[in-house]
Design a protein. Structure first.
Ligand SMILES: Cc1cc2nc3c(=O)[nH]c(=O)nc-3n(C[C@H](O)[C@H](O)[C@H](O)COP(=O)(O)OP(=O)(O)OC[C@H]3O[C@@H](n4cnc5c(N)ncnc54)[C@H](O)[C@@H]3O)c2cc1C
Ligand code: FES
Length: 273
């Protein structure tokens, strides 16, 4: 495991995927050891915004890291202004990420909602590569369910094709099933042994209940969720990102976990939803 480190990345490319979603390609050594589900903390150049902005790793290739983000405030607007050749300071790779070993030999369901979709691209690509290699590490099957607001807000949706079965859901039905990702999973009667998910909290909560339901009636489904809630320091010191857990931490004696260091990926059965 590599240590987290602060680096200066060079912007290779930036383009718009939708009206407010951008794809940023950075040349950085962090690309060499980033795992799906991990994130980087990007520092804004403006001294008024000292807290770094966490963005998940969407992909890595040949010393490049792809980030996909929505412009929602001043920090991401500043990122959107970066041009090829500019540099950006960042710390990575942060967080635990998804453990691909939990997918070995399993029927895998990957679920992404909105801006939770970028990290699921990297995970799906890795799981597909394991499948192509074959042997005991190959997942038995890979299904991906992606949820969007509507057709106009889609991004990365074509990129998943070829990794396995892809199912879409949208609020207004303009792409895929009309409704939530959970509505699509039920309509398609998708059967799985393990779920990996990232997206809005209500979606993650719904998937955690779905897995719980399955455990009560049928089989032992595992569900791993990435909690991309607001963060401050991003390195475990401010306690600004704690989530309530069901079990007491043996060391600190509290039922809390820091999303930035113990997460952002958690076994959904460990979270006190
Ligand atoms: C581990 C992690 C990974 C993330 N990965 C991505 C990613 O891959 N792509 C992406 O677009 N975003 C991602 N985010 C969210 C991203 O960090 C925020 O959108 C960003 O920090 C906002 O900065 P800002 O200065 O532009 O907006 P701010 O001015 O800080 O906030 C603008 C608005 O966005 C809301 N907001 C800020 N942060 C969050 C958040 N984490 N969740 C929900 N609402 C928020 C604020 O409440 C406010 O209404 C991730 C967050 C975490 C914690
Ligand atoms: S953001 Fe500071 S402890 Fe997690």
């Amino acid at each position: 495991m590599y240590e987290k480190r602060e680096v200066t990345a060079r912007v290779e490319k930036q383009e718009s995927l939708t009206e407010d979603v951008r794809e940023l390609i950075l040349e950085t050594e962090l690309a060499d050891d980033a795992m799906p589900g991990q994130f980087v903390n990007l520092f804004c150049g403006d001294g008024a915004r000292l807290l770094p902005r966490p963005i998940s790793v969407c992909d890595t290739f040949m010393g490049r890291m792809k980030l996909v983000y929505r412009v929602v405030g001043a920090g991401t607007a500043e990122l959107a202004a970066l041009r090829p050749g500019d540099t950006v300071r960042m710390v990575g790779n942060l967080g635990n990420g998804y453990d691909p070993r939990t997918a070995f030999g399993k029927n895998v369901l990957v679920v992404g909602g909105g801006l939770g979709i970028p990290p699921m691209y990297y995970l799906s690509r890795l799981l597909h590569a394991l499948g192509m290699r074959g042997g005991a590490e190959a997942p038995a099957s890979l299904t991906m369910v992606l949820g969007y607001r509507d057709q106009a807000s889609t991004f990365l949706h074509r990129a998943f094709t070829g990794f396995g079965k892809v199912v879409f859901a949208s609020d207004d039905g303009t792409i895929g099933y009309r409704g939530t990702v959970l509505d699509a999973i039920r309509a398609e009667e998708i059967s799985c042994d393990v779920i990996y998910a990232c997206g809005p909290l209500p979606m993650l909560r719904g998937l955690a209940s779905f897995a719980e339901e399955q455990r009560e009636t049928e089989k032992d489904i595992k569900c791993y969720v990435s909690l991309e809630e607001r963060m401050a320091c991003g390195i475990g010191t401010c306690l600004g990102c704690v989530v309530k857990t069901k079990h007491e931490d043996a060391h600190s004696r509290v039922r809390n976990a820091r999303i930035c260091t113990e997460g952002p990926v958690f076994d959904s059965a460990e979270i006190a939803w």
